[in-house]
Design a protein around this ligand. Structure first.
Ligand code: NAD
Length: 258
């Protein structure tokens, strides 16, 4: 389904990014996993190669434009083209607005809004020359609705959806689609760290945090799996999703239906 396609994924040493890489490789793509954590991303790539999948691991801090340029160049040199970009790297910090450190706010916006902008700038000439491209920007339900305590995360993800629409319009005639994925609560290290913080501050276990704090927000009363996000990403990255562009697609167990 993604045979002869080359996918470049940021923040892919763990969680959703890694699962998307695995899922795309399993349906035939050559996958470039990139992450700020060099050891972890190389180990992840090696794991995929051991399963017979086509995969490279590259260290890349997406907040540094020269790092991104180098990693994208390396991917194109190694595989000869670049068809799919997944802007996935992210982080979380929770604090009330008046206590939110400005440097953390700026770092998070750079990571989850400026970095996708810089990556798209880099790959668009390649995709336009191929007259084919699929860009997936990892937004969130927090790009669609507000959440107290998440000033930077919400700002970056709302901005990323706006940027997605602009990029979609600018590339609509070039065989390129640009969409934002908006997951709800997915079981990854990022969410587990949040659960652990909440559990510690309340003096209860993670299971009780899920039951008392998270599940009341999610009609399906569960955490989503990385597979559920990856399956959707694979579909959007394929030829058959060519009409879908400029969308913010929710995968949230009913969170935003309320
Ligand atoms: P995760 O913590 O498992 O993975 C994030 C990865 O990003 C890590 O491997 C980390 O090393 C990498 N990273 C951090 N800073 C980086 C940088 N400067 N350059 C390159 N890589 C960097 O988290 P996850 O839950 O898999 O989240 C992935 C994406 O999905 C994020 O953008 C997150 O906001 C989004 N998301 C997650 C959820 C969820 O519930 N887990 C929900 C909605 C959206």
């Amino acid at each position: 389904m993604l045979n002869n396609r080359v996918a470049f994924i940021t923040g892919a040493a763990s969680g959703i990014g890694l699962q998307i890489g695995k899922a795309m490789a399993e349906v035939g793509a050559d996958v470039v996993l990139t992450d700020i954590d060099a050891d972890k991303v190389e180990a992840a790539a090696e794991q995929l190669r051991l399963s017979g999948l086509s995969c490279a691991g590259i260290r890349c801090d997406v907040t540094i434009e020269s790092d991104l340029m180098q990693a994208i160049d390396e991917a194109v040199k190694q595989f000869g083209r670049l068809d799919i970009l997944v802007n996935n790297a992210g982080m979380q910090h929770v604090a009330l607005l008046e206590q939110f450190p400005t440097d953390v706010f700026e770092r998070m916006v750079k990571l989850m809004l400026t970095a996708p902008f810089m990556a798209m700038k880099q790959v668009l000439p390649v995709m336009k020359s191929q007259r084919y491209g699929r860009i997936l920007n990892m937004a969130s339900i927090n790009g669609v609705v507000g959440f107290a305590g998440k000033a930077a995360y919400n700002s970056a993800k709302h901005g990323l959806i706006g940027l997605t629409k602009v990029a979609a319009l600018e590339t609509a005639a070039d065989g390129i689609t640009v969409n934002a994925l908006c997951p709800g609560y997915v079981d990854t290290p990022l969410v587990r760290n949040q659960l652990e913080d909440l559990a510690r501050s309340r003096g209860i276990g993670q299971d009780r945090v899920l039951e008392e704090v998270i599940y009341p927000l999610v009609p399906q009363r569960r955490l989503l799996s990385t597979d559920e996000i990856a399956d959707y990403a694979v579909y959007l990255a394929g030829d058959r999703a060519g009409a879908i562009t400029g969308q913010a697609l929710l995968i949230d167990g009913g969170y935003t239906a309320q």
